[in-house]
Design a protein. Structure first.
Length: 150
């Protein structure tokens, strides 16, 4: 079971993301299903009063500003989910990759923590890391650029 604070944190991250749907299985008979049509999420179905209260307590986020960056050289590796970006397996370890690192297809590039689970992000192709687009410990959104590889 998730605490109210954990649900609020998850809803805040969902609200800031580009994701349009989120389904959570809380227990055998409890789940939350959220769909986002506008800038503010709408709770479609919740089995518990605590989840509805948590959803109502999250303020709507301001619409994201349009990106005005010129496309840089190389392929972008995007975040597959909303979560917290970690560049290393533990705080006292060296990062998986840094700018200039050569990687092979399938190599672990980073971890993204989502719902207290650590998810590996792997290289989609072999090449050299030319840019690390996020900071260690930063909350990332679905589709947000993490690395540029060439």
């Amino acid at each position: 079971m998730y605490s109210i604070d954990e649900i609020k944190e998850l809803l805040a991250a969902f609200d800031k993301s580009k994701a349009t749907a989120l389904d959570l299985q809380l227990g055998e008979d409890e789940f939350i299903s959220i769909r986002q049509k506008t800038a503010a999420p709408a709770v479609v179905r919740a089995e518990s009063v605590a989840e509805v209260t948590a959803a109502a307590a999250v303020p709507a986020a301001a619409p994201a500003a349009p990106a005005s960056e010129v496309e840089a050289e190389g392929s972008v590796i995007e975040s597959p989910m909303v979560g917290v970006f970690y560049s290393a397996p533990s705080p006292d370890s060296e990062p998986y990759v840094t700018v200039g690192s050569h990687v092979n297809k399938g190599d672990v590039l980073c971890l993204i923590e989502a719902m207290k689970l650590m998810n590996e992000v792997n290289a989609e192709k072999s090449g050299e890391i030319v840019e690390v687009c996020v900071e260690n410990g930063q909350v990332v959104e679905y589709g947000q650029p993490l690395f540029r590889i060439k």
